[in-house]
Design a protein around this ligand. Structure first.
Ligand code: PMP
Length: 347
């Protein structure tokens, strides 16, 4: 192929080879995680000398790589994970993808993998997703998982920066995580295992952070019947992460206030999750519940206030554990019990 004139990753240079053998899409009910892949992939090669080559979208296929490629020996590899959803209006949308691009660029710098224009890479990924749009499941519970990766491909064995690299992106439909509603998990919290440490690379999405956790995860399950590992750090056993998730605790603090807490990113022990960031942004703005109280109804949850021409929507915790519901149940129980007592007295 002709070499691009630019040193940079440019989405306009995208070359697209469409498959002549589209595969059958799996039914949403059969989907698990990461076992099915869409028809096409994105591939972009880089060399230190010439910069980024043409981005290419092509039919999903294996690579041929030299066995000395640095990634096979010293693991210069990073990845990202994000999702495209089929929304209620039928449109396909990717959730906060620039957050993933930014985290990917940050991890690339840590791994001595090349920098890239984040917005241009995202344009290429959007093109890939729109070409395989039919792979985005027609199901509210399912989604298309997007897995960008970058690897060092220089075929030499020195432990140095790889002067060749490849970004590639594959996608695939994934199933509902909780087909029957949220399901609690059990955690093994054993301080003899450490996932990340100050000055280490735990806050970056490097493949090398994950391989050593698999044995611990298996040990937790096989020996202790725990589904995930609660990763602890330090003599005081600080909680850091849960498996490959950020951790949240909702408690009443020493000042008697209800508080949602999550481990800080400042220590570098925690991956800056995009879901974590989203939950913090949401809950910082939340009025948790608004309700009225009175003899007639006991409590009346409020879900909308029209204020100066603007609708303010308030979550009503439609699940039965809302505070309004708990108060209603408790007060009703007390009232009913008193009624019973009164009846007894009258009799
Ligand atoms: N921590 C770790 C170690 C992870 O691998 C992940 C998954 N990327 C997360 C937290 C959650 O991050 P996100 O919300 O961006 O998926």
């Amino acid at each position: 192929p002709p070499t691009p004139t630019s040193f940079f990753l440019v989405a306009e240079d995208l070359q697209i080879q469409v498959t002549d053998r589209p595969r059958l899409k799996p039914a949403p009910k059969n989907l698990t995680f990461g076992a099915e892949f869409s028809d096409h992939m994105l591939e972009i090669d880089w060399t230190e000398k010439d910069g980024w080559g043409f981005p290419v979208i092509k039919p999903l296929a294996p690579f041929i790589m030299h066995p000395a490629s640095k990634v096979f020996h010293y693991a210069p590899e990073l990845f990202e994970g994000l999702k495209a959803y089929r929304c209620v209006d039928g449109q396909v949308r990717i959730f906060r993808p620039m957050e993933n691009m930014a985290r990917m660029a940050r991890t690339a710098a840590r791994a001595c993998l090349p920098d890239f224009d984040q917005a241009e890479l995202l344009k290429c990924i959007k093109r890939l997703v729109s070409l395989d749009a039919e792979w985005v499941p027609y199901s509210e519970q399912c989604s298309l998982y997007i897995r960008p990766s970058a690897i060092g491909t220089e075929p030499t064995l020195g432990i140095t920066m790889s002067n060749q690299a490849k970004i590639f992106v594959i996608t695939g439909p994934v199933g509902a995580y909780y087909p029957t509603g949220l399901k609690p998990i059990s955690l093994l919290a054993d301080p003899s295992f450490v996932r990340a440490w100050p000055g280490g690379s735990g806050s970056y999405k490097l493949g090398s952070n994950y391989a050593p956790t698999v044995a611990i995860q298996r040990y937790a399950l096989k020996e202790h019947n725990c589904q995930q590992v609660l990763w602890l750090y330090g003599d005081d056993h600080q909680m850091t992460e849960v498996g490959t998730m950020n951790l949240f605790v909702y408690w009443i603090n020493e000042q008697g206030e209800e508080e949602l807490v999550t481990p800080t990113l400042e220590t570098g022990l925690v991956l800056p999750g995009i879901t974590r960031k989203s939950l913090l942004e949401l809950t910082r703005e939340w009025v948790r519940e608004v309700f009225g109280s009175g003899t007639a109804c006991v409590v009346a949850p409020v879900d909308r206030i029209l204020y100066e021409g603007r609708d303010l929507h308030i979550s009503t915790g439609s699940d039965h554990k809302s505070l309004a519901q708990k108060l209603y149940d408790t007060l009703m129980n007390i009232q009913v019990e008193i009624v019973v007592v009164v009846v007894v007295v009258v009799v």
